[in-house]
Structures are given as structure tokens and as C-alpha cells.
Design a binder for this molecule. Sequence first.
Ligand code: AR6
Length: 231
Amino acid sequence: KSQETVSSLSGAASQKIKVSEDPVAGFISQHDYDVPTLAFPSISTADFQFNLEKASNIIVEKVEEFIDKLGNARLVLVDLIHGSKILSLVRAKAIEKNIDSRRFLTFVGDITQLHSKGGLRCNVIANAANWRLKPGGGGVNAAIFNAGGPALEAATTDRAKSLLPGNALVVPLPSISPLYSKEGVTHVIHVLGPNMNPHRPNCLDNDYTKGCRVLQDAYSSLFEGFLSIAT
Ligand code: AR6
């Protein structure tokens, strides 16, 4: 059991919302609805086959580096499944490092339905993209382009035609996109992480020296991109 229903804190506007009971996951109150929040998936750890232990170290290091620059903004690491290995690893390491659980949370849910299904308001979501910045390909990229509709595709193409590993691209979402109107997402940040999968372009052939550097750069670019719109 990793989810429970709790009441939010504000009297008249009180409503039941779902929050994770994990220690790192903070309680979500009505007040938090106005807080700039970035929801991000674990970059490169599924289709791109990056080692989970190494990736979890990098996520926690990068969160630690950026957390004091966030002001009242929050970062939320999201994965689809209960029992997600990357979420457990990151939670354990975040607790060890005493990372502020009001500003860094983990959450189980579909990143394209966080508000409507999860009761979690995130105005910015990150995408684990491909180098062509194209829809499809499965994973979170397919889900986000699907949910964002043609408006997301057009807004992305307007800004860039491709992305280099370790880089991020901030895309303001037109209000006609269903992700905006249904979920309150105002920006999507596309991120290209390192690829360790020999069946995908630019495979690093198990070179984790380079891979870790690229993943660190990817999270720095992502968090800097978020800071540029949130603070
Ligand atoms: N909501 C939340 N998390 C998700 C969702 C979702 N809807 N879907 C997947 N995840 P992946 P990568 C999690 O494979 O490894 C694509 O084909 C998933 O469990 O999406 O960076 C692109 O086009 C995992 O923890 O991204 C690229 O070619 C995380 O998101 C390539 O895959 C990332 O998994 C990128 O591979």
C-alpha cells in the first residue's frame, strides 16, 4: 500500500486528495496548489537502459545542488508503477541526505494525468525525449506527445528540430493543448539523456564515465530550464 487519502488543510475548500505516504513525499495542501512544480521522469533508465543505481545517485546529487535555488518551487520525481525501483532508490538516498521533503517529492502516477487523476498540480513537466524531438517511440515521450496533441508538436518544432544528449529545451505550451486545459501544464521541458541501448541512436557502449557526465548535464539543463521559468 503506497497511497492513502487525506484531507487537505484548508477549511471551506477542503477536499479529499491522494498523496503518497512515502516519507519523502510531502503532504499536499490547498496552499500548495499555487506552488511552481516540476514533475520529471527518471531520464534514460527505461528504454535507454541506464543503470538504476548510478542514475539514482545522480538524481539525488542534482536535486541537492538545485534545491536551495528553488525558492518555494518544488521538484517531483514521477514513475508509473507502484514498487518502481528508481523511486525506491531515490527515496532512500534523499532521506539519507536529509533532503527537504516539502520541496522534493516522489509520486506514483502517469505524468500526463497528475492533476486529473493524482490530485497533484504541476505546472511544468519534463519529457525523456529522443534526439529528433519527435512523438512516438514509446515510454514517457509517446505519452506526453499524445497528451499534448498537435499543439505541443508544433510548439516544439518552432523552437528546435533536434537535441544533443545532456541538453534540455523549454517549450511553452499553447493553451489549446489538452495538457494545458485539463492538467494545468504551462511548459514541457524536453530532455535528452545518455543512451545505453545498442538498438537506439548514439549508444555509449557501456561507457559510464561519459554516460554519468551526460546524465548530470541533462539534469542540470532540466533544473536550470525550470528555474528560468519558475523563479
Ligand atoms: N508517466 C510517468 N512516468 C513514465 C511514463 C508516464 N506516462 N511512461 C514512462 N515513464 P523512457 P528513456 C517512466 O523509456 O529511458 C522513448 O522512446 C519510465 O518508467 O520513457 O529516457 C524516447 O523517444 C521510466 O522510469 O525514457 C527515447 O527514444 C522513465 O519514465 C527513449 O524512449 C523514462 O523511461 C528515451 O528513453
